[in-house]
Design a protein around this ligand. Structure first.
Ligand code: T1G
Length: 694
């Protein structure tokens, strides 16, 4: 079947795009569009043109795979198609699903845009490190004004049809798209076509220039280090100053400056990595995942509350269980507070918040007789979890999936407490569970395909980004985290101040440096986890005793106002007492102070992540390098525009990672040594993880 078909319906030329899965603007689609537009514009009986799509969505933008090959430059380009539309007969875009990127930019060169109520438009190029390169910054600004253009294009968000109509980004919302589109086109044919969007000026008159400064400030805060947001702001600002032709030229130059950049490459990698992470090799694709309608949550602490909210928001009936009735009541109060906050901030309507809250009820194990899933979120104590799972085994239907939210305990040991180990799986939510996107699913050696498929499918319903991990201490994310935070302690032993280390990490793009992160998580909590880990530390390896000294001095972190920093009124400031403790450790260990450049600090913090990630690939804990990137972007705030730690490691060079790992192996012990996979890749001159089979 052709990618584009053409049919004259009376005096309307109907052009239909059929290019699954998302009608991307591939060369084939552009060629078909060009041919169909030429036919419609040349036919004297055709008075108006309608562009529609088959399948699940309107055009979702340039074909990202073809973009990587530079095929957007092959004729006919999108610009040529747009010129045929803008100067041709009256044309209408009939939008269902999503009109995104080049798809919405094409719609902007039609004379009108109509959509179904559940459709959305958007210009998400910023998520690829790009900007709308086919007039989107110029036309949307001239259609809806710079404030709306800044909000939509800098965020890259999808705009639901109702809001798009309000903004003027579409002209009508209809129920029967094809019928309405034909009627609209016939009306159009009977009257003079409106001025092309690019020629409209009313929305760019009398602009307050401060909105651009404010946008720059927000971009610097929200996407520190990302290049595309600033280029987008410049294009929108120029759309209010320049003529249409000059504005389009300015935008093209800015687009060309971003295209092929490191950030564009990294974000394109991330786009596909996030989608690949949902595909589990060996999982029978046709496996109809168990549909989760009723769930139990065990534990009403911070994690249990967040998980209950996430499930209820997805329309799932939740039974919240805590054997401590006071804790249960507190938990329900806190959940109510979450919904009040969500409604107050407009994240949910009051009705939606109330409806979701109604789905969460307190109960006991006796109320779990009909559940499809239970998520256990009890304290991180193995014996307690095993007792709970044995009880769940007796209280829930045999088909129910039993998930544990543990952040590092052994899934197999928990599963062995039940008679259904094949239905036991790790479901590691990140705190706060109703906000953080990552859901780290952990399969034990006995976890079956049904449990994995059900939880992968549930993740999508919950709006989570799933990554499947194997069963080990710390799974994918936390197993690597200890090297990042561990290095920060070794740097402090050399006299590098906490605020310097954090500043380097934050300039690199992390939302918070490793030392401040320690304070946030609680130094005392880290000391507890390390106590377990120290039992299995290889011979000759050491961990810095700084954390233990801090806890001995009563410095637990943000929770008691003093850790590596002082915390007063929500502000953090350097703490001389912490500096004294660190100096004491260095002197006791006879570690000399030494200088490090920012680059050396950056490499010491982030290169060990790459080495440990390679070990996880070797051990089968992570399936692909991209999965590790997805975990770190969504669970730890690793800058998405660097692609993730593994993509970053690949871009700095595996030889450099291995060289530093050799030095660390000598200095800190065997766990820091370069893993055989990395050494082999360096020896064989392998340049990418994909070449290495990951
Ligand atoms: N090009 C190529 N493949 C794409 C694609 C695209 N634009 N969008 C999606 N896919 C693939 C995706 O990899 C997956 O493949 C399958 O389609 C289903 O995707 C000129 C330069 C449209 C909201 O950034 O946001 O236009 O894994 O799982 O959840 O200025 O896809 O099945 O093999 O995401 O229903 C701008 C990106 C491009 C839109 C659908 N457009 N896509 O979500 O399905 S740049 C975008 C999405 C551009 C112009 C510039 C979503 C979706 P596979 P999916 P979904």
């Amino acid at each position: 079947m052709n990618s584009v078909s053409y049919q004259a319906v009376g005096e309307i030329g109907v052009i239909t795009v059929h290019y699954p899965p998302v009608n991307a603007l591939s060369l084939a689609v552009r060629t078909g569009l060009g041919e169909s537009l030429a036919r419609a514009n040349a036919d004297p009986d055709i008075k108006a043109i309608l562009i529609r799509c088959d399948g699940k969505t309107f055009i979702a933008g340039a074909d990202i795979k073809e973009l990587q090959k530079g095929w957007h430059l092959k004729n006919p380009t999108l610009g040529e198609i747009q010129a045929m539309l803008e100067t041709g007969k009256p044309s209408i875009a009939a939008i269902h699903g999503t009109a995104l990127g080049g798809g919405y930019e094409l719609a902007l060169t039609c004379h009108a845009r109509i959509a179904l109520n559940d459709a959305a438009i958007g210009l998400p190029e910023v998520k690829l490190g790009l900007l709308p390169g086919a007039g989107g910054t110029q036309r949307l600004t001239r259609l809806c004004g710079p404030a709306a253009a800044l909000d939509i294009i800098v965020s890259g968000r999808q705009v639901p049809a109702s809001e798009a109509l309000q903004l003027g980004a579409i002209d009508a919302i209809v129920t029967d798209l094809d019928e309405a589109a034909l009627t609209f086109a016939r009306d159009f044919a009977a009257r003079p076509a409106p001025a092309p969007v690019i020629a409209r000026n009313e929305a760019i008159a009398g602009i307050d220039p401060d909105i651009f400064a404010a946008a720059r400030k927000q971009a610097a805060r929200k996407s520190r280090g990302a290049e595309a947001p600033l280029a987008i702001i410049a294009c929108i600002e120029q759309a209010c100053e320049l003529t249409p032709a000059e504005g389009l030229r300015f935008e093209r130059a800015e687009f060309d400056g971003l295209f092929g950049s490191d950030q564009h490459k990294a974000l394109t990698h991330y786009f596909f990595a996030e989608r690949e992470a949902r595909k589990i090799p060996g999982l029978p694709g046709e496996l109809a995942a168990v549909r989760i309608e009723r769930a139990g949550v065990i534990g009403t602490g911070t994690m249990g509350r967040g998980i209950a909210v996430v499930l209820a928001n997805a329309g799932i009936e939740v039974r919240l269980v805590d054997t401590n009735s006071d804790a249960a009541k507190l938990g329900m109060e806190a959940i109510k507070g979450i919904y009040d906050g969500s409604a107050a901030r407009g994240i949910q309507t009051r009705d939606a918040a109330d409806a979701a809250l109604k789905r969460i009820k307190l109960g006991g194990y006796e109320d779990l007789g009909e559940v499809d899933l239970v998520v256990e979120a009890a304290p991180e104590i193995m014996e307690l979890k095993r007792t709970i799972f044995a009880r769940l085994d007796a209280s829930t239907p045999p088909r129910a999936i039993l998930a544990t939210n543990t952040s590092s305990l052994d899934i197999d040991s928990i599963a062995a407490a039940t008679a259904r180990p094949e239905r036991v799986i790790g479901a590691h939510f990140f705190s706060p569970a109703h906000i953080m996107k990552l859901l780290e699913l952990v399969r034990g050696t006995t976890t079956g395909p049904e449990a994995i498929a059900a939880m992968m499918s549930l993740a999508a319903r919950l709006g989570k980004t799933p990554v499947l991990a194997g069963n080990c201490d710390g799974f994918i994310g936390n197993r690597m985290l200890q090297y990042y935070t561990g290095q920060s302690e070794f740097l402090m032993e050399h006299g590098i101040a906490p605020e310097r280390i954090d500043a380097v990490a934050e300039r690199f793009g992390m939302p918070m440096g490793p030392v401040a992160l320690r304070d946030l998580a609680g130094i005392d909590v880290s000391v507890l986890v390390r106590k377990e880990r120290m039992k299995t530390l290889p011979e000759g390896e050491r961990m810095s005793p700084i954390l233990e000294r801090m806890v001995e001095a009563g410095r637990f972190g943000r929770k008691n106002g003093k850790g590596f920093y002082r915390y007063e009124g929500g502000e953090r400031s350097p703490a001389p007492q912490a500096a004294a403790i660190i100096a004491g450790v260095a002197s006791d260990l006879g570690i000399p102070a030494r200088e490090f450049s920012d680059e050396e600090i950056r490499d010491r913090l982030f290169m060990p992540l790459v080495n440990e990630g390679a070990k996880e690939l070797e051990d089968g804990i992570a399936i692909r390098a991209g999965d590790i990137d997805v975990a770190w972007v969504n669970g730890y705030g690793f800058p998405r525009w660097r692609g993730g730690p593994m993509f970053w490691g690949q871009s700095v060079g595996f030889d450099k990672v291995a060289e530093l790992a050799r030095e660390f192996g000598e200095r800190y012990g065997p766990r820091w040594r370069p893993t055989p996979l990395l050494e082999t890749m360096v020896r064989d001159g392998v340049a990418t993880w994909r070449e290495a089979g990951y």
